[in-house]
Design a protein around this ligand. Structure first.
Ligand SMILES: [Cu+2]
Length: 356
């Protein structure tokens, strides 16, 4: 009787062990570089919290792929609002640099082996420095000013649906929506070419959300051998409807691919390529106007290819379930509907904790 019982328990324990392979994935390369979102799905009953800090720094302007200095911008680049009362023929205010810091909180839960649900909220902290030129023409600098906006951005709710789930190859679809929780009515004090300091609605890049419900679609895959891994992802955010301020942001399409090398289960390094294509704004917010490039709906689109290096760490034993990732990216090619600020670098640091 005792013998039969212990035999059954042993069999039961063995089948349990065999049926939960994903939970036992403590390899550092089990997740993509930390700058990639929605890169993995979970086994039934697993859940995960994540926190990421992302910082993007932009400095200097480009027109197409070429650098362009502020003096040239204010004497040659047409003001889209020229002809309206008080508007000069060329741009007169030039952004010099911008920092975008983002705190991202994520939660994942898998109701089944096929389906993982994910919600991501972002807290944004933006600042931009500008130079204002005096009057309607010439290159006399009037002064500098900074604007800053911060608050919750849009919230992403997505379903990740597993299509292939083999030990060394995984493929899933991404389908969701970006909810308009971010403000589109942020204001800041500016310095005008006529030496006034009104508080007005900030241009598009300093707003916190899109103002619209935006579908999110994509496909993600990952594969690995004993030490070498690779993965790729396509994802798009589609702006299908105008917001209450009479415009919609441009669609954004992103393709990324990475390779990783696992030193041992706790640590891997990665190399990644990312290509982003963002469209211009269609329509326009009647409250966003001025002789500055960021207020022009047709100077917001870009194509950017970046390269990134990263480190993934995965906790073992007592620290099982914990992960830490760091990734640094820099553009190798930018083509901007400019003039527009160019990106210098982007840093992502993320901490993840999963439970099963
Ligand atoms: Cu997860």
């Amino acid at each position: 009787m005792t013998r039969m019982f212990s035999g059954g328990a042993l069999l039961c324990a063995a089948s349990l062990l065999l049926s939960v392979p994903a939970a036992a994935d403590h390899r550092a390369d089990g997740h993509a570089p930390i700058g990639v979102m929605a890169d993995h799905f979970h086994a039934k009953g697993e859940w995960m919290f994540s926190y990421r800090f992302m910082s993007m720094s932009m400095q200097g302007n480009r027109q197409g792929s070429d650098s362009v200095d502020p003096d040239t911008i204010v004497t040659t680049e047409p003001n889209p609002f020229a002809g309206m009362p008080g508007q000069p023929p060329t741009l007169r205010i030039v952004p010099l640099e911008m920092t975008m810091d983002m705190h991202m909180l994520g939660f994942m839960f898998a109701p089944s082996d096929r389906l993982t649900l994910m919600i991501m909220a972002n807290y944004l902290d933006n600042s931009m420095d500008h130079v204002t030129y005096q009057g309607g023409m010439g290159t006399n600098v009037l002064g500098n000013f900074s604007t800053a906006t911060s608050g919750w951005g849009d919230t992403r709710i997505t379903a990740l649906y597993s299509l292939v789930d083999r030990p060394n190859f995984r493929l899933h679809g991404i389908l969701g929506v970006s909810a308009p929780t971010g403000s589109t009515s942020e204001t800041a004090e500016v310095l005008t070419p006529m030496n006034m300091r009104p508080t007005i609605r900030t241009p598009y890049p300093m707003q916190l959300g899109s103002g619209s419900w935006d579908p999110v679609v994509g496909v993600s895959m990952a594969s690995r051998t004993s030490q070498l891994g690779w993965g790729a992802q396509w994802n798009s955010v589609l702006r299908v409807a105008d917001n209450d301020d009479d415009y919609r942001l441009g669609d954004q399409h992103e393709l990324t691919a990475w390779a990783s090398w696992l030193f041992s289960d706790p640590a891997s390094i990665s190399l990644r390529l990312r290509h982003t294509d963002r469209g211009n704004v269609s329509g326009r917010d009647p409250l966003i106007m001025g002789p500055v490039q960021t207020a022009d709906p047709n100077r917001l689109g870009f194509e950017r290819t970046s390269v990134g290096v990263g480190v993934n760490l995965a906790g073992q034993n007592d620290l099982a379930g914990w992960r830490l990732g760091i990734e640094w990216e820099t553009p190798i090619r930018e083509k901007l509907d400019g003039p527009q600020l160019e990106v210098d670098s982007m840093l992502t640091i993320g901490l993840q904790r999963s439970f099963d």
